[in-house]
Design a protein around this ligand. Structure first.
Ligand SMILES: NC(=O)c1ccc[n+]([C@@H]2O[C@H](COP(=O)([O-])OP(=O)(O)OC[C@H]3O[C@@H](n4cnc5c(N)ncnc54)[C@H](O)[C@@H]3O)[C@@H](O)[C@H]2O)c1
Length: 438
């Protein structure tokens, strides 16, 4: 049992998002609507979830937000960067996720959130033609400019603390290389404009260097390199990534653990999507899609462990497709065909047709990640926060450790981390009463 020293969440918390598109504006508008009492934060564990404490007979299940000292929604200030100059109201109208009526009720507050100029290079996101971008050409100077932005934001908004959550586009696929291996090499690479340092890594460097907690909602490398993990430990910064777990992958990590738990075999899992938002347009480019594909494909392998269960999963054929289809906008449709087999190898099929709203699923994750990272920082936690894997499609782990994808194990890890922070017993679900004498 431990009772960590956790600083109270006094004062204002700034949540900064590089990228103010569909996800970020749905998140901001949602929090503002909840604050006004015109909507509910559904899908957010920090706001609506409860956590069981002690023995079942004790009947203690407080709301998560009443159990751990999180920043309150009224104390949040929003900010961000984008390659387009639209304020959050205009960007949310463009994204067409939320009803116009709802957006008009919070228009005044949304209009006040204007993006700062972005660190952007079209070579990394080919389908975007941004104009609202910083003029520095040197990557280290760009990182310094982001640090100045953070400082200026914090001062002008009177924020006690700041966190950053990447909500920008998916960049082209970049493999981890030498330049990412140590802080010194990364800093040299920034000064020499190394091509393996994408804009999302420049923001991540700036945040982590300043001790600002950083979460990565896209599959970009960003903070998932040894240099930035090392820096995060040096500067006492909690970090988490990669890629918000929503839509089809969320379903996959709910279904696959159940099939495995019953020792049912799987011979194939074909997943395809149509979506028509800007994210879909960016992902229509093969180089950008590759980054997403890698993030989506790892999930089943780690949950099913074909090496340990060869008869059930070694021949599994896994395919993931994303198709850009403008008429749908943010209303994605994801189909899964799952070929399974049971007793004596008899085949069966499962079909999933998920008509989801991507940003509606992603927005609460931005909130929870921001609030939990801020909590972690106040509790003195630093480096990769594996307990936040619950929210991520391709969880960042310590070197050599496999990621945990099973959503139920992820939840248990998250809850036990909160219990540990607050000095409560960890829950193992072992029913000791079976062994007790009458
Ligand atoms: N919606 C989901 O369910 C979901 C799930 C997992 C991951 N994601 C990821 O989250 C990210 C955001 O998704 P979205 O639907 O909001 O996309 P979006 O296209 O609506 O918004 C992304 C915004 O980022 C901006 N941008 C791109 N590069 C930038 C840079 N270097 N600096 C500042 N701004 C930049 C774009 O101009 C755009 O406004 C994407 O990478 C997406 O893959 C989304």
């Amino acid at each position: 049992m431990s009772n960590m020293q956790i600083e109270q969440a006094n004062g204002k918390l700034g949540i900064l998002t590089p990228g103010m598109g569909a996800v970020a504006t749905t998140f901001m508008a949602g929090v503002l609507a909840v604050r006004k009492g015109i909507s509910s934060p559904i899908g957010s564990l920090t706001q609506m979830g409860t956590i069981r404490l002690g023995k079942r007979t004790e009947n203690r299940s407080p709301l998560v937000k009443d159990f751990v000292p999180l920043a309150g929604l009224n104390d949040i200030v929003f900010g961000g960067w984008d390659v387009f100059p639209d304020n959050a109201y205009e960007a949310a109208m463009h994204a067409q996720v939320l009803d116009k009526d709802l957006l008009n009720e919070i228009k005044d507050d949304l209009e006040k959130i204007s993006p700062m100029k972005a660190v952007f290079d079209k070579n990394y996101v080919k389908r975007l033609n941004g104009t609202h971008i910083k003029s520095e050409v040197n990557k280290m100077e760009l990182a310094e400019a982001v640090m100045r932005d953070i400082e200026a934001f914090q001062t002008s908004n009177g924020c006690d603390r700041v966190v950053m959550v990447w909500c920008g586009s998916t960049e082209i696929y970049i493999e981890e290389s030498e330049v990412h291996s140590t802080i010194e090499k990364l800093e040299e690479g920034l000064r020499n404009n190394h091509e393996d340092i994408a804009p999302s890594m420049i923001y991540a460097y700036a945040a982590i260097k300043m001790g600002v907690p950083y979460a990565n909602g896209a599959p970009n490398l960003s903070c998932d390199v040894p240099a930035l993990v090392e820096l995060s430990k040096q500067t006492g910064t909690p970090i988490a990534g990669k890629d918000f777990k929503t839509g089809q992958t969320l379903m996959k990590t709910i279904l696959a653990p159940g099939l495995k738990a019953r020792s049912l075999g799987i011979s194939g899992w074909f997943s395809t999507n149509i979506l028509g938002n800007r994210d879909g347009e960016v992902l229509d480019d093969p180089d950008n899609f590759k980054t997403k594909e890698v993030s989506k494909l790892g999930v089943l392998e780690h949950i099913l462990q074909p090496d340990k269960n060869p008869e059930l999963y070694k021949d599994l054929y896994h395919k993931v497709r994303i198709n850009y289809y403008p008429p749908r906008g943010d209303n994605k449709e994801g189909w899964d065909n799952i070929d399974i087999f049971g007793w004596l190898g008899y085949p069966m099929q499962i079909k999933v047709d998920f008509l989801c709203k991507d940003s509606i699923l992603a927005a609460p994750l931005v909130l929870d990640l921001a609030l939990f990272l801020d909590l972690g920082k106040r509790a003195g936690m630093k480096g990769i926060q594996e307990w936040l894997s619950f929210y991520l499609k391709s969880p960042q782990t310590l070197p050599g450790l496999p990621p945990q994808h099973d959503i139920f194990i992820q939840l248990k890890k998250l809850e036990n981390t909160l219990r540990h922070m607050m000095g409560e017993d960890l829950i193992t679900d072992l029913g000791l009463d079976y062994y007790e004498e009458d």
